[in-house]
Design a protein. Sequence first.
Length: 412
Amino acid sequence: MSSNGFSVLRHRSFSFYLTARIFGTLAVQMQHVAIGWQVYAMTHNLFYLGMIGLAQFAPFLLLILPAGHVADQFNRRNIITLCLATQLLVSLMLWSFSVVGLEVVWPVFAVLVLFGSARAFMGPATQAILVNLVPQEDFSKAVALSSSSFHVAVILGPTLGGLLYIYGPNVVYAVGSALLLISVVLMAFSKSPPQSTRREPATWHSVLEGLRFVFSRPIVLGAISLDLFAVLFGGATALLPALAHDVLHVGPTGLGLLRTAPGAGAALCSIALAFMPITRRVGPWMFGGVAVFGICTVILGATDSFAIALAALLLMGAGDMISVYVRHLLVQYETPDAIRGRVSAVNSVFIGASNELGEFESGVTAGWFGLTRAVIFGGVATLLVTGAWMKLFPVLSRMDRFPHPARQSASE
């Protein structure tokens, strides 16, 4: 077992963490399908689809840097458990809205603000804890297996959500609540891994330590800012409910398959990476993955074929997975454990901005230019960003191997 990509599962703490993450992701992905379809069915307004992302991103942006400080000062397992419990509360509230027959959208946005707050604290702890769960020699396998498992959940979640939506959104939220309850129990009863902590007061200096570290490392800054600006313009997934309804002419089940396709591509790619990890030409691999993402976004906006749209989304997921894999290893290898939570918080800001703010940008541009033009515009912008970042960060674009892991003290 030690010779294959699944050997990392022998570490009990990692197995508990992985299972809890899978169930939690399944629940969230199922609910995203139900939320998007409900909001569009009630309003038929593209702007409100963008507001779904903004409602989650606004509290995330406000809280993420303090959340990174918290992840370095307190037990990361306990933080993740509490955040999963908050997501469970959000799921139960969405279920209650559906049962009573909600006819306005503002309560949905209100609970998504609570979800975004929980995700702000969960993000840095989730990213930072992984290196504490396995020995250094198994870390790259853990990253690949964690990513592949995450994307398997991203595959199954929307499909399951689309199928369950046939019986009503309240069924989707009920099943999601049950899965989140399992996640909470798994994390609560898992063994807390050791982590390097350095207790210090929550001053602006300590909270911004991660930001200073990122801007002092051009390789780290280039990697995470590439994801920010590339996916910011290529966030077409927010428009999938409208594409499914107005362009591809499919229902909730079809929407579930469309939302599944990027996760399927990412999962297949990450499984391959677990057995054949990238060790050479890491910079060109990362930029190539982002370029594939941009090209496939253009194809998605230009087609009215359901099959071609699925294929484009599948390849988008694979390209994104390559970029995510390289970026995650770069950031974790470059960062000392004592400030890993704060650096992960900065990384989460960039990721969150690219996803939720990208969804808001897609909703706004769709209102300005039209649905398909907005998607095509996003793909072209992603390709332009890729070319610009290769010029701005030439060392990163030509990087051959990953750096050696950072030492445990930021001051060493």
